[in-house]
Design a protein around this ligand. Structure first.
Ligand code: HEM
Length: 373
């Protein structure tokens, strides 16, 4: 079957080979009762365990309950397989305020992100107390899952914002071909991957001693909705496009190599003594050697939210990256990119999210956030 196991040491949906589709949601908690929030997390976990195995959200299902009651599943996934659905939960900094007595349990690594040059963040699509990332090969399955979690959460949480993504922009396994982003470039070539066991230990999973024990085996998620000015990009010459990334558009090879997975040679110079991979090329600015070895597990998606009423597609990249400590990983990389990346002429960061994604749910007696509360 194409069901991804729900239970495990780590949450699914992080190193799981990136599925084709995304529905991401951020909730605000509206109840002020800690016990109600914990009940909700238990109900959500049970529904998530069922839905990821291709079953209805509730025990009666879309059509098996009493005719006088609203069904405990909304029905649009009836007859559809699990489709590789994963549901990954994370807790935002705002959950750790005075409401639920969690202030002392906020991980130091969940430090608010600094402002970055050029940010154009919209608060209504940023932040959130709790996020859920639904990934699946079928968009209907991903949407069904988020919709049912929102339905179950009625009266205790509200949807702050949600985002659909239609095409993965990363590979997170060496078994996957590298997909392309909306700028037409292969994206995810030099990404942390499922098979990189030692690097996942060093760069992805929070380890004992990193912070509060409830996060051991978890990871931190940074989301950035990055709008692309694609009409402007489409008028940029091919050579400029390739210089911006430092890779060629056809193969995805570094400008100093021939094949996609050739190592970039940052020292190589061309005519006039200038480096072949420009000093401000995206892959140079973002490369681990520029940041003391820091790496990210990128897991983003292309999005098109229709058009903007001004004759332009409202399109871009919903960037998502998992890591052990954003203070040492996302933040320095994004500071470098925000300062000098020539890509900035073609993009705008319009939303930002930061979440502590706890370790996996180990079995049916466990639930999302159990060790936190
Ligand atoms: C590499 C595109 C934003 C971090 C790449 C590559 C492309 C790309 C085409 C080369 C292929 C690869 O190794 O994946 C984009 C686009 C962006 C964007 C279109 C915005 C719309 C970001 C942001 C970050 C980031 C915000 C993190 C702050 C990285 C990293 C690499 C990379 C770490 C790998 C560099 C290496 O080790 O070679 N990106 N990227 N990117 N990007 Fe981005």
């Amino acid at each position: 079957s194409d069901a991804v196991p729900f239970y495990g040491r780590h949450q699914a949906g992080i190193t799981t080979p990136a599925q084709d589709r995304l529905h991401f949601v951020a909730f605000d908690v509206t109840t002020t009762e800690r016990a109600e929030l914990v009940d909700l997390l238990q109900e959500w976990t049970a529904a998530a365990a069922r839905m990821t195995q291709g079953r209805d959200a509730g025990a009666f299902g879309a059509v098996g309950g009493a005719p006088e009651a609203p069904p405990d599943d909304t029905g649009e996934a009836l007859g559809l397989p699990a489709s590789g659905l994963t549901l990954t939960v994370g807790f935002g900094p705002s959950l750790f305020d005075e409401r639920f007595g969690l202030a002392g349990r906020r991980p130091p690594a969940l430090a608010d992100l600094p402002a970055f040059a050029g940010d154009g963040l919209l608060p209504e699509i940023s932040g959130g107390d709790i996020c859920v990332q639904a990934c699946a090969h079928d968009p209907q399955v991903a949407v069904h899952a988020i919709r049912n979690l929102a339905r179950i959460g009625f009266g205790r949480v509200t949807v702050r914002y949600s985002q659909l993504g239609f095409g993965r922009t990363s590979s997170t396994s060496r078994t996957q071909a590298t997909p392309r982003n909306l700028m037409g470039f292969k994206d995810g070539t030099n990404n942390l991957k499922l098979e990189d066991t030692a690097m996942l230990r060093d760069h992805l999973w929070a380890a004992p001693g990193d912070g509060p024990a409830w996060m051991d085996g978890g990871a931190y998620l940074v989301t950035r909705k990055i709008r692309m000015h694609i009409e402007t990009w489409d008028r940029a010459p091919l050579a400029e496009q390739e210089a911006i990334f430092g890779r060629d558009k056809g193969e995805g090879a570094p400008l100093t190599g021939k094949a996609e997975f050739d190592e970039p040679d940052f020292a190589k110079t061309g005519l006039g003594g200038e480096p072949v991979i420009p000093r401000d090329a995206h892959v140079r600015l973002a490369h681990p050697t520029s940041h003391g070895g820091a790496r990210l597990l990128r897991r983003g998606y292309n999005y098109v939210d229709g058009s903007d009423g001004l004759g332009r597609l409202d399109a871009g990249l919903f960037f998502m990256a998992y890591q052990r400590d954003p203070r040492r990983q996302f933040v320095p990389v994004q500071q470098a990119l925000a300062a000098t990346d020539p890509l900035n002429e073609y993009i705008k960061h319009v939303s930002s999210g930061l979440f502590a994604c706890p370790p996996g749910v180990v079995d049916a007696s466990d639930h999302w956030g159990r060790a936190l509360f």
